[in-house]
Design a protein around this ligand. Structure first.
Ligand SMILES: Cc1cc2nc3c(=O)[nH]c(=O)nc-3n(C[C@H](O)[C@H](O)[C@H](O)COP(=O)(O)O)c2cc1C
Length: 558
């Protein structure tokens, strides 16, 4: 992309054939909305057989040759209370990063916590963060330079084994420093690189799966950032980087695997590490090969185009892109007053207890679940696409059963206020919310359902397709944090999908919904997930899914 003003959608009078210079991310967004259908989709979206069992993507990336080395894991509680960390209170900063803390971050962001064995099929794995369709298209790599107990190098994280596979030896932080145009990257002990495998989610969702890469990176980041805060690690998310350099470093090809985000782990930063100059174009190819993801992964040209359109080619473009973001967004509160009723549970316990709520019972929630929960989800993300106290999102909420709130539609405001947009009787409000969430009962059985939305026009105008990535990623973080906040207060939550334009119309907003979180009380008991390398076997999952699907069919018939 160029860092000048990105092209805007202009539709000619004759319809879709005359859409000119529309940003490719805007095109993908428009053509992957639920609830609208036209001939342009039929022409431009790839026809394929979703969920083809013969072309199923492998759940884990495996390398041919090098072994996974298990990371050292500890079960010592993490210190601060989850409700404090989710309120923005960070632990004392560490003076160094050690491999145990790194292992914890990686496990809490993306490790396997639960399994399900069904006769005749391979196991299903559930991880610490939620993921649409449980497909987990995001991979994590560590570029380590100065981590106690870990050799400098580029390592790939194995979520099941909770271990690392070494892909390159040596200190490669200088490559990231150039790629991110950010001297701090060379001094931070390690940076986590998140990449996305479009086919792992495209297998079910087609082109809409490109949105999922950023949502799911966001839910992982919600966990990772909160765990880093608890551990005294100052983590910062960078979306501005030279894609080609970062992808080259981790062996991603830029089409079947895409660089999504860098997470710089700052603590005890040494002043002189990794500062060697690196020519753009370095490094060489990986000498290690990954096993194929599937029999014949299908590429979705619209998704590739949306990603490529946002690519940054040089460090000076990265700097210019980052500067543009300083004008965007709305204020967000970084520090909150923790809720009165929170328990002493630590964040690792809350993350292990989290599992998407599959059936919700009707019950009235205390007001803090709404007021603090949404505020915790809406805290600014420490990133480089907007100013530190700003967010690209607005949060519109359908409230069904919360103390002191009349059922209806509300808009969350910084400062913790909820502006009332419309009220209704409880049954109708529930029914409308369920309909907006693709007719899924969970959207209305919740005590409230939050629609995380973004004004795409100024974002695309200012930051281009890469800004669209930022908005989707922020929505994933908001959903992930809100889910953790709900669990910390003894409730449950799930991400949900939605009818795009119907949501904007209902909330009378020009913002487009990015992702939805339903918060409510599970109508069943579930065991916490297990610690690293000891996932808990899920009981009654198929019964729950049966209840979910009966409810869904009933809602769609009504
Ligand atoms: C972006 C996103 C969208 C989701 N959409 C839905 C949905 O529409 N309906 C639903 O029941 N669950 C939805 N989920 C929840 C996933 O199905 C759930 O995370 C996944 O099955 C893994 O289970 P777990 O969260 O218990 O680990 C969504 C999750 C995410 C992150």
């Amino acid at each position: 992309m160029t860092t000048e003003r990105a092209p805007r959608a202009r539709r000619g009078p004759g319809g879709h054939n005359e859409v000119v210079d529309e940003d490719p991310a805007a095109t993908l967004h428009r053509l992957t909305k639920h609830g609208t259908y036209d001939s342009e989709r039929a022409e431009r979206l790839v026809r394929f057989h979703p969920l083809d069992p013969t072309n199923r993507p492998a759940p884990f990336r495996r390398w041919i040759g090098p072994a996974v080395e298990p990371l050292p894991v500890t079960e010592v509680p993490m210190g601060p209370r989850a409700v404090d960390v989710l309120s923005g209170k960070t632990g004392p900063e560490r003076d160094a990063l050690d491999v145990e803390a790194l292992a914890r971050l990686l496990f809490l962001a993306g490790g396997v916590t639960r399994t399900l064995h069904r006769g005749g099929e391979g196991p299903t794995y559930f991880r610490a963060a939620m993921s649409a369709g449980n497909l987990h298209p995001v991979e994590a790599y560590v570029v380590a330079g100065d981590v106690r107990g870990l050799d400098p190098g580029v390592h790939h994280f194995a979520p099941l084994e909770v271990g690392l596979t070494s892909l390159r030896a040596g200190d490669h932080r200088g490559v990231l420093r150039v790629a991110a145009a950010e001297p701090r990257v060379a001094n931070a002990p390690a940076t986590i690189v998140l990449t996305g495998l479009p086919w792992r989610t495209g297998w079910k969702y087609g082109e809409r799966g490109w949105r999922h890469l950023y949502w799911d990176a966001g839910t992982m980041l919600a966990n990772l950032l909160v765990a880093a805060d608890a551990l005294g690690i100052r983590a910062r998310v960078l979306l501005g980087f030279v894609d080609r350099l970062v992808e080259g470093l981790v062996g991603a090809d830029g089409s079947s695997e895409l660089a999504l985000a860098l997470v710089v782990l700052g603590c005890g930063e040494s002043g002189d590490a990794g500062t060697a100059a690196v020519e753009p174009g370095a490094p060489g190819p990986l000498e290690v090969e990954a096993e194929p993801l599937a029999r014949a992964p299908i590429e979705f040209p619209l998704a590739t185009a949306a990603q490529v359109a946002g690519a940054l080619g040089r460090p000076d473009e990265v700097e210019a892109w980052r500067d543009l973001g300083s004008t965007l967004g709305r204020p967000a509160d970084a520090e909150l007053v923790p809720p009165g009723g929170g328990s002493d549970e630590t964040i690792d316990a809350v993350i292990r207890r989290r599992g998407s709520t599959r059936v919700m019972r009707h019950e009235t929630a205390p007001r803090e679940l709404l007021t603090w929960g949404v505020s915790a989800g809406a805290r600014p993300v420490p990133g480089d696409w907007a100013r530190p106290d700003r967010t690209l999102l607005e949060h519109d909420v359908s409230v069904h059963a919360v103390e002191d709130f009349t059922p209806g539609a509300y808009r969350f405001q910084a400062g913790g206020e909820f502006e009332q947009l419309r009220t209704g009787d409880r049954a109708t409000t529930r029914e409308v919310a369920s309909r907006l969430c693709l007719d899924q009962p969970l959207g209305g059985d919740s005590v409230f359902t939050a629609f995380h939305a973004a004004e795409l026009e100024p974002i695309l105008d200012t930051l281009g397709s890469r800004g669209y990535r930022a908005a989707q990623l922020e929505a994933g973080v908001a959903a992930g944090r809100l889910a953790l906040a709900a669990f910390a207060l003894g409730a449950g939550a799930t991400g949900l999908t939605f009818y795009d334009d119907a949501v904007s119309a209902f909330f009378r907003t020009t913002a487009a919904p990015m992702l939805v979180t339903a918060v409510g009380f599970p109508d069943y008991r579930s065991a916490p997930g297990g610690p690293p390398r000891r996932p808990v076997e899920l009981g009654h999952y198929d019964d729950l899914m049966h209840r979910l699907s009966v409810g869904l069919q009933r809602a769609r018939r009504a």
